[in-house]
Design a protein around this ligand. Structure first.
Ligand code: FES
Length: 153
């Protein structure tokens, strides 16, 4: 079940568009904020509210890489894997994260951190960059990445 407050927020979002489908991305974000990821059950409920088929909404959900269709850890690190970051030490950052028990595309065994690749974050002038729970960190070094990971609760 989506839950009362998520449903209310989605209804409010729908009211802001000329047609309910226009609120699809907002609705997916609302679901994710309430449940951390978008399960099949929540996707179906949301699709019904938007007057869309599950397949249509799933197409939107899977197009946007910040909508999670699988469970994620308590924290999500999204590391840029586009060309500028890749040329500027990104592989060394990934190696450091892997050395500390993370695997790209997976959640750590203790459920603490999910490490995901992401396309360019628009911070190429300060590459390499990553997001921790949606917050941008750029100009990174191996040491800073190690510290970021250690500081996560
Ligand atoms: S290539 Fe990484 S932020 Fe643009």
């Amino acid at each position: 079940m989506l839950g009362e407050s998520a449903r209310l927020e989605i209804e409010k979002a729908i009211d802001e568009y000329p047609n309910p489908q226009g609120a699809a991305i907002d609705a997916l974000r609302i679901v994710q904020r309430h449940h951390r990821w978008v399960s099949d059950e929540h996707l179906a409920e949301t699709a019904e509210m938007l007057g869309m088929s599950v397949e249509q909404l799933d197409g939107i959900a899977t197009f946007y890489n910040r909508i999670y269709r699988r469970p994620v850890g308590r924290h999500v690190i999204e590391i840029c894997d586009s060309v500028v970051c890749w040329m500027l030490e990104q592989p060394r950052l990934v190696a450091e994260l892997e050395r500390r028990g993370l695997t790209l595309g997976e959640t750590s065994g203790d459920g603490r951190v999910t490490l995901l690749p992401t396309p360019c974050l628009g911070a190429c002038h300060r590459a390499p960059a990553l997001l921790v729970d949606g917050e941008l960190h750029d100009g990174l070094t191996v040491e800073r990445v190690a510290r970021l990971l250690e500081e996560l609760p």
